[in-house]
Design a protein around this ligand. Structure first.
Ligand code: PLP
Length: 246
């Protein structure tokens, strides 16, 4: 069985974060190892408390996980603080050895802050250059670049390309929060044509879809899929998730 190391925060509601990641990986037949970055007290409608883990403990968890078994991919979600983000960056194997999917978690959908200002800087400077793939939504993409949210697909592509220049091997801009009958994600790689990944938009909203998508992509990469196949299959997995009873 392939294994994925999840580096993420816990969400007491079980909708997002580590619980969602582990559920996704289990469903896709991947073994989950984990390093907890922060414990959060959340309901579906609010973030009540955030407690970051000590950076040394985060480092120790990553080192222990990597020593336990061969890890085929790493998924990074909520980091919480700059100190934790730097500890994670210092603990990662090179992406040429182990592919890394970075979900740039900044806010919860209820509006709670999940990454502080120093964390944003560390994410941009230390983690983006180590990522195989980064998976921002439209708001996260604009926020990471310090610009206004894109209003058109052309602007989204331009912003996606600007993020690519910060060092990740590829960028998947998630269109799930936009309008239209289809949810279209844009996959950008340097010197390669843009790829559009499309699926019918669900009428439902579901928490933790960003976590599930990034984990599902990591499961595909760990199993040896190409980036494009891993993204397409992960998107299909989200469609199936939306079809399940709430
Ligand atoms: N809480 C944690 C611990 C997360 O990792 C994330 C997203 O990755 C969220 C909350 C945000 O999820 P949602 O957008 O569904 O609120």
């Amino acid at each position: 069985m392939t294994a994925v190391l999840v580096i993420a925060g816990s969400d007491s509601s079980g909708g997002a974060g580590l619980v969602r990641d582990v559920r996704t990986l289990t469903r896709l037949g991947s073994h989950a190892l984990c390093a907890v970055t922060a414990v959060t007290a959340q309901s579906d409608s609010e973030v009540r408390a955030v407690h970051p883990m000590p950076p040394d403990l985060v480092r120790a968890q990553i080192a222990a996980a990597l020593a336990t078994r061969r890890v085929g991919a790493i998924k990074i979600g909520m980091l919480g603080t700059g100190a934790v983000a730097l500890a994670v960056a210092a603990s990662l194997p090179p992406r040429e050895q182990v592919p890394m999917v970075l979900d740039p978690v900044l806010l919860s959908s209820s509006g709670g802050v999940l990454l502080d200002d120093a964390g944003r800087t560390a994410l941009r400077e230390e983690l983006l250059p180590r990522a195989t793939l980064v998976t921002p939504n439209v708001a996260e993409l604009a926020s990471l670049l310090g610009v206004a949210a894109a209003g058109t697909e052309a602007e989204l592509i331009e912003q996606g390309r600007a993020l690519l220049e910060l060092g990740p091997r590829s960028v998947l801009v998630k269109g799930g929060h936009g309008g239209g009958r289809e949810a279209v994600d844009l996959l950008l790689l340097e010197r390669e044509p843009l790829r559009r990944l499309s699926a019918p938009r669900s009428a439902r909203t579901l928490r933790g879809t960003g976590c599930a998508l990034a984990s599902a992509i990591a499961a595909g990469l760990a199993a040896g899929s190409s980036l494009e196949d891993a993204c397409a299959r992960a998107k299909q997995h989200l469609v199936e998730l939306f079809q399940q009873p709430a």
